[in-house]
Design a protein around this ligand. Sequence first.
Ligand SMILES: Nc1ncnc2c1ncn2[C@@H]1O[C@H](COP(=O)(O)OP(=O)(O)OP(=O)(O)O)[C@@H](O)[C@H]1O
Length: 241
Amino acid sequence: MKLQQLLSYTRKAVDTYHMIDEGDKIAIGVSGGKDSLALMYALKGLQRFYPKKFEIEAITVALGFEAFDLSKVIDLCKELDIHYTVVHTDIAEIIFEERKEKNPCSLCSKMRKGALNEKAVELGCNKIALGHHKEDIVETMMMSLFFEGRFYTFSPVTYLDRMELYAIRPLMFVSEKDVIGFKNKYHLPVVKSPCPADGHTKREYMKNLLADLERDNPGLSQRLYRAIEGSQIKGWTTDTC
Ligand SMILES: Nc1ncnc2c1ncn2[C@@H]1O[C@H](COP(=O)(O)OP(=O)(O)OP(=O)(O)O)[C@@H](O)[C@H]1O
């Protein structure tokens, strides 16, 4: 996928769900993975021509793993002229050594979000942007259905009232294969996750299951996505955003 296509999907999501207002200061959550690196390109590119003026920050919450080299992300932020902050935490130690969590992902996600939101507020941001793409939305819905027995997924825009922050998901119309194409085309400096749980999560299980089902039922993922768009899940009806 070319930058122009990425910008077109991003603009469509931003306009459809009113993600950006004049004067916003948006913190991009940068994990070092392909999605959030692509998101930096997307928002930086949009900033150049979008009629509403907004500012951008980039924030990475480092979990405390030793082998986590962000030097190339630092270079990319310089190249894109985005101010970049790394929040150093001991989340990995708390989860894997102190608490020896059997299901580490849920607590890690809560702690990561907490640290990200806190830093965003400290930097004067009123929004955070996350790199969730189309398949993330479908996988989350299926995980919710399978493991919690409810029809739910996160919404394009979520208000986090405790922090007085909005979370926005500008890549929601982009498919993962397009993000991979973009990553390859523009040589995004992806930092490999050193997390020992990586690749063995419920999300990974659902991703593989959906890939198998898609092989037998071409277009399934797209239909599941349409079901979410047409649903009454909070935050998915465009007129209420
Ligand atoms: N350590 C982190 N620091 C800052 N933001 C993060 C971090 N981890 C995740 N995020 C944000 O939350 C989003 C969703 O997180 P998730 O762990 O599902 O990432 P992912 O699907 O692997 O995406 P990515 O390819 O960007 O890592 C990311 O795209 C990113 O915007």
